[in-house]
Design a protein around this ligand. Structure first.
Ligand code: RUQ
Ligand code: CUA
Length: 662
């Protein structure tokens, strides 16, 4: 009862606080970190005011706490899927609590999920090999949720690996990675993994130009042999996999293509890619030449790439593509001639490329410009249809007039990057150099408010902000630096996600979430009720084929089969034993373990490991795993369950005995 009384008291304070509080309006210098005192020993009976005084909390702090605190057992309203950056993983985070719910193994092995340690998931990671090289990390940039009619449908998530030119498919039925597709043509990607409004395609555009097909050509042949690429990976929703054979690509000039976005509603069927380094600088610092950073900043304008992908799709179907490393590629000459690719000037080192929820405009930031430039799709479309070109680039690609293609420009501040949208016609742009979130009106094309964030905001994200119907409510600033925000942990600082309330007239900073893995880039936020993950697998399910595994074992059918020096062990796991729990093989034998979890109770997960063989499996209820290894070291190897599954979990163990040859 006392607790309830406290809540009522808090409520009263908050009503007052919402008038007074103005959090986050001071600048970086003014926000010098105050070492907060540890809470004094206050009993439950202490008044809220005393508690606030003891912890040095303002009324605005209390309001923010009330908006984000999640009592035990209560659930969040939204889920964020955030890039895990170089960790190669994806983070699932609850909003507004900003609690980490899961770290999804994607490109990098993740032991807790038994991802990449001998089991079936090894095949997913192996599928992501480039030129025969197994790669176990990634530079994850942009997670994108699958869409139906332009709205998140909660079924799949796609992420790109900038470093190695790959795209992964995560099934939100079980929050696990099902496929990694290496792009056989490019050396890196950045404009991905964006989807069109019905997830026909997952778009991946290259970043640093290379000869297509991952071939060799000297840098002196950069302009003639190096190229960019826009890849359209066909997504087969019924299979839940990308179908490389049904995919196609468009060859692009060797400008450094950057972010991308797909059109929606009226602009569906089109894609937009910003670019920098249209100077085609290649560096050469040791030879006394300017580094790429200065070589690439000579021109006042780079190019927004406007891609008519529906037309490209038709041309590819009509046989106008050439095949390269198994991918159908529409040549640059065809793309230029047929109006598939058109360029428009973009001010100074552009970044960000975001289509508005109504599909009528594209917003581009400029790292060295102070504006957000808003391109008007109808003007672009009309000019392309009428072939009203201002000229052509060196590759014959038509260029439209900048002036005639824009709705206007909004003065934002220093270093505008990415833009997201709410439900009230406002846009929110991350302003990197100023460490601010700029809120501006799309209708009036005017800056409304700026909020300080901490610090060096890269991406910004809004609740359902990439859909045709954003929710508003929350914006998240994804900050690259956290200087004075958290307790020190050595020279590599956490990055900082800041949750911002955008329901009121003024933006309010609610909370900070230090991200202990990095470097996160983009994220998306989906309404929790759109997600319907399974609670357990049907008995014997192989999550990587989405079928009952042919080697699945049922209770009573456990056995050990030996054929020559191949030993197949058909095994089950249920609280709190493995059957069989004694496996004896000869040195040099190939051992195939087929393990089915017979559990059909929620949250009853077992793990499985064998000493020394680098095997680690997660056996969620019903799951089946297959793992093979060569018993090349004689000895006695304990195997056990790695999840504390029951009172007799420690007893859930057994032995692998490998008899020496002689
Ligand atoms: S890019 S901020 Cu991929 Cu802006 Cu990260
Ligand atoms: Cu099963 Cu511990």
């Amino acid at each position: 009862m006392k607790t309830r009384g406290t809540h009522l008291a808090l409520g009263a304070i908050v009503i007052g606080a919402s008038i007074v509080g103005a959090p986050g309006c001071s600048n970086k210098a003014e926000q010098a970190f105050e070492q907060q005192q540890a809470p004094a020993a206050i009993g439950a009976s202490a008044s809220v005011k005393e508690l606030m005084a003891a912890r040095g909390l303002s009324e605005a702090d209390v309001e923010a706490a009330l908006k984000t605190y999640m009592p035990t057992g209560k659930k969040d309203e939204y889920m964020i899927f955030a890039s895990g950056g170089q960790s190669g993983q994806v983070l699932a985070i609850g909003v507004p609590s900003m609690r980490l719910l899961k770290l999804i193994g994607v490109f990098t092995p993740e032991p807790w999920q038994g991802y990449g340690y001998g089991g079936e998931s090894d095949k997913v990671i192996a599928g992501g090999a480039q030129s025969g090289h197994r790669i176990t990390w990634a530079d994850v940039h942009h997670p994108n949720l699958s869409e139906t009619k332009g709205d998140y449908d909660g079924e799949f998530l796609f992420v790109n690996d900038k470093a190695n030119g790959r795209v992964a498919v995560i099934d939100l039925k079980d929050f696990s990675t099902k496929q990694i597709v290496p792009n056989p043509l490019v050396g890196s990607d950045h404009g991905g993994a964006f989807v069109d409004p019905n997830t026909n395609y997952v778009i991946e555009t290259s970043q640093y130009p290379t000869p297509l097909g991952r071939e060799y050509a000297p840098l002196s042949e950069y302009k003639t042999k190096y190229r960019g690429l826009a890849m359209f990976w066909k997504f087969d929703r019924t299979k839940g996999r990308i179908d490389p054979a049904a995919s196609f690509a468009i060859e692009l000039p060797p400008y450094t293509q950057d972010l991308a976005d797909a059109g929606k509603i009226g602009s569906d069927g089109w894609a937009f890619i910003n670019s920098f380094n249209t100077e085609m600088a290649i560096g050469g610092t040791l030879q006394g030449k300017p580094p790429i950073e200065s070589g690439a900043s000579q021109n006042d304008m780079d190019y927004l790439h406007v891609v008519d992908w529906k037309k490209a799709e038709a041309l590819v179907a009509a046989g106008r593509a050439t095949t390269m490393k198994g991918v159908r590629v529409l040549p640059l000459t065809v793309a230029a001639e047929e109006g598939v690719l058109t360029l428009i000037g973009e001010p100074k080192s552009p970044h960000g490329c975001d289509v508005t929820p109504d599909g009528t405009a594209i917003v581009v930031g400029g790292k060295l410009d102070t504006h957000a430039t808003v391109y008007e799709f109808s003007k672009i479309k009309d000019a392309i249809a009428a072939k009203r070109y201002e000229g052509k680039d060196a590759y014959g690609v038509p260029i439209l007039s900048f002036k005639d293609s824009i709705r206007g420009q909004v003065e934002i501040g220093l270093g505008p990057l990415h833009t997201v949208f709410d439900d009230k016609g406002f846009a929110y742009t991350s302003v990197f150099i100023e460490s601010k979130v700029a809120k501006w009106s799309l209708k009036e094309m005017k800056l409304v408010e700026k909020l300080s964030v901490h610090y060096n905001i890269g991406h910004i994200m809004a609740a359902e902000g990439d859909t045709v119907s954003p929710d508003g409510k929350y914006v998240v600033a994804m900050n690259k630096m956290s200087i004075d925000r958290f307790s020190p942990v050595g020279p590599l600082y956490p990055q900082n996600f800041q949750l911002i309330d955008v329901t009121g007239e003024k933006m309010r900073l609610l909370s900070d979430m230090p991200i202990g893995i990095g470097e996160p880039h983009y994220s998306q936020m989906i309404k929790m009720d759109k997600l319907h993950p399974v609670k357990m697998y049907p008995m014997g399910q192989n999550p990587y084929t989405d079928k009952i595994d042919p080697q699945a074992v049922t209770g009573g059918k456990e056995r050990i089969d030996r054929k020559g020096n191949v030993v197949d062990v058909y095994m089950t796991a249920i609280r709190s034993h493995f059957t069989p729990d004694q496996i004896e093989v000869n040195e040099g034998d190939t051992v195939n373990l087929h393990i089915t979890s017979l559990e059909q109770a929620e949250d009853q997960t077992h793990g499985f490991t064998v000493n020394m063989y680098n095997i680690d499996l997660s056996l969620e209820p019903g799951k089946h795993e297959n793992v093979s290894f060569k018993a090349d070291v004689p000895g006695v190897f304990p195997m056990y369950c790695t999840e504390f599954c029951s009172a007799l979990h420690l007893e859930m163990a057994g032995y692998l005995l490998v008899k020496p040859k002689n």
